[in-house]
Design a protein around this ligand. Structure first.
Ligand code: AMP
Ligand code: MG
Length: 500
């Protein structure tokens, strides 16, 4: 069934096991697990920009050994692949033990941008697969690949995706699909759920070892602290990072879809792309996950849900922090950090300098107007940026923005207030700054869907072209102008299920 026999002991020299890696925590954390091979592996998407950032071999995409290893067809010599155990709260309920059900950690890359962990998603069952098959389908793998890189292009903290490989091997979902594997890269894949796991099991030694690993490897500014102050500071830092991540998600219209504590990164990275969606028409109540019947993770609720998740993390850290008051104080920071980050993000989007009293009302009224007419979130901000830039020379500069609204009088009234606040000076440079803040290209559902449909036919050109464009979402890409347009009618019929 294979193209050629899988090599038995080839090494990938750039992939090693660092003493500072998660695996160094030992067997209680990392359960040795072999990947399960897939037939006839082929490249689906290759992220050459990330390859270069990590200083990986220029001919990586020509290496058969790399293709086979990153599909899980053999474990490079010198490495022990493993799955990690974690628990978590799912949709507000304690779910008990979960774990890497379809992620296998291979090793680390000592890269110019620091030590990176490498993880295969979809390389077969693990001791934590429960009833799952340990596989990922082509469709969801392409979505994760493009979304990770779109977020990175937008300047939003995220796990990265080095490549997707595919196989004709079958995977059964609602229908039979083909298998794929995403190679994910991040400084750490530690989740809130890892802490919850050891804490809920009363494994306090392991809990402390995990917290110390995270502090030493990823929050080095805190490593001179010891005992409870160290873990309180860790909670405060994670709170801070999560608050700024939420502001970034909201500002760009990103909906994660499954913000369970097992999908929350302790480094404040966007993690686990499933039924995510970037908003097309603005709807604060938008629910992108069809399985989320209560709308727990609706767009506007994300910041609140992140706070709820941080409480779970705080709870898990209590055996190390001892006293409630400092833990609560660390979490309390969210109530200042998130609104501050959000206010700043919106001022940046509007091109406003300094903080004025009426700014929040200006933003709220705008969002209400966008909501009323379901105005496309991305197109609105981009047109507004262009209008500000052109408004020095053009008397009707704001007409293309106005055209997006059904209730023109509502926009006109808002725009008058906005221009008053904006002032008349430096419109061109302000507009330029707005164009670097408000992206032209986002990974709209229908774009991902088009790339997936072609990929299913064996044509991966659009996956690759979208990757290029999404890596530079603030630039003009004249060949791909159509990808910056409004979502077509059929986009609303795309159903993103939790099955992936
Ligand atoms: P998610 O909601 O996708 O973050 O997944 C929740 C849990 O289910 C995690 O522990 C995953 O590893 C696991 N999981 C999801 N899909 C599969 C699958 N196809 N096979 C095994 N485990 C899975
Ligand atoms: Mg997950």
């Amino acid at each position: 069934m294979f193209n050629r026999p899988a090599p038995l002991s080839a090494a990938l020299p750039w992939l090693t096991t660092s003493e500072a890696s998660f695996a160094s925590l030992g067997i209680a954390f990392a359960t040795p697990t072999e990947p399960t091979p897939l037939p006839a592996a082929h490249w689906v998407g290759c992220n050459d920009a990330l390859r270069a950032e990590l200083s990986l071999p220029p001919d990586l995409w020509q290496q058969q050994d790399a293709l086979e290893a990153l599909t899980g067809n053999f474990v490079p010599s010198g490495l022990t692949s493993y799955a990690s155990v974690y628990s978590g709260h799912q949709f507000g309920q304690w779910a008990g033990q979960l774990g890497d059900g379809r992620a296998l950690n291979l090793g680390t890359i000592a890269s110019p941008v620091g030590l990176q962990e490498v993880q295969l998603k979809g390389a077969g069952p693990t001791p934590y697969s429960r009833r799952g098959d340990g596989r990922a389908v082509l469709r969801s793998s392409i979505r994760e690949f493009l979304a990770s890189e779109a977020m990175h292009g937008l300047g939003i903290a995220t796990t990265r995706a080095l490549c997707v490989t595919g196989s004709p091997g079958h995977v059964r979902r609602e229908e039979v699909e083909t298998a794929a594997v995403v190679t994910r890269v991040a400084p750490s894949f530690v989740r809130f759920g890892h802490f919850e796991h050891f804490s809920s099991n009363g494994q306090i030694g392991e809990l402390r070892a995990l917290a110390d690993h995270v502090v030493v490897a990823h929050f080095s500014a805190l490593q001179d602290l010891h005992g409870a102050p160290r873990y309180t500071a860790l909670l405060r830092e994670v709170t801070q990072r999560t608050a700024s991540l939420m502001a970034q998600w909201q500002a760009v219209g990103f909906c994660h879809g499954v913000m369970n504590t097992d999908n929350m990164s302790v480094l404040g990275l966007t993690l686990d792309y499933g039924p995510f969606q970037f908003l097309d028409g603005f709807d604060a109540n938008h629910i992108c996950n069809h399985s989320d019947t209560q709308g727990r993770y609706a767009y506007a609720r994300q910041p609140q849900m992140a706070y709820w998740n941080l409480f779970c993390l705080g709870q898990a850290l209590m055996p190390l922090i001892d006293e409630q008051a400092p833990a609560l104080a660390a979490l309390e920071r969210y109530k200042i950090s998130f609104p501050a980050a959000m206010d700043q993000a919106m001022r940046d989007k509007l091109g406003l300098i300094g903080a004025h009293e009426g700014d929040r009302a200006l933003v709220e009224d705008l969002l209400q107007a966008l909501q009323q007419d379901r105005v496309d979130f991305t197109v609105f901000w981009r047109r507004l940026s262009v209008a500000v830039r052109e408004s020095t020379n053009l008397s009707h500069a704001f007409d293309p923005v106005r055209d997006l609204f059904l209730h023109r009088e509502v926009f006109d009234a808002w725009c008058t207030r906005y221009l008053e606040r904006l002032g008349t000076a430096h419109r061109q440079t302000t507009g330029d700054a707005m164009l670097r803040t408000n992206p032209k290209y986002i990974l709209r559902n229908h774009l991902g869907e088009m790339a997936i449909r072609q990929a299913k036919q064996g044509n991966f050109a659009m996956v690759q072209d979208l990757l290029q464009v999404l890596h530079a979402p603030f630039d003009e890409h004249t060949t791909y102008e159509a990808w910056a347009g409004l979502a077509p009618e059929w986009a609303s019929t795309i159903e993103i299920s939790c099955s992936s």
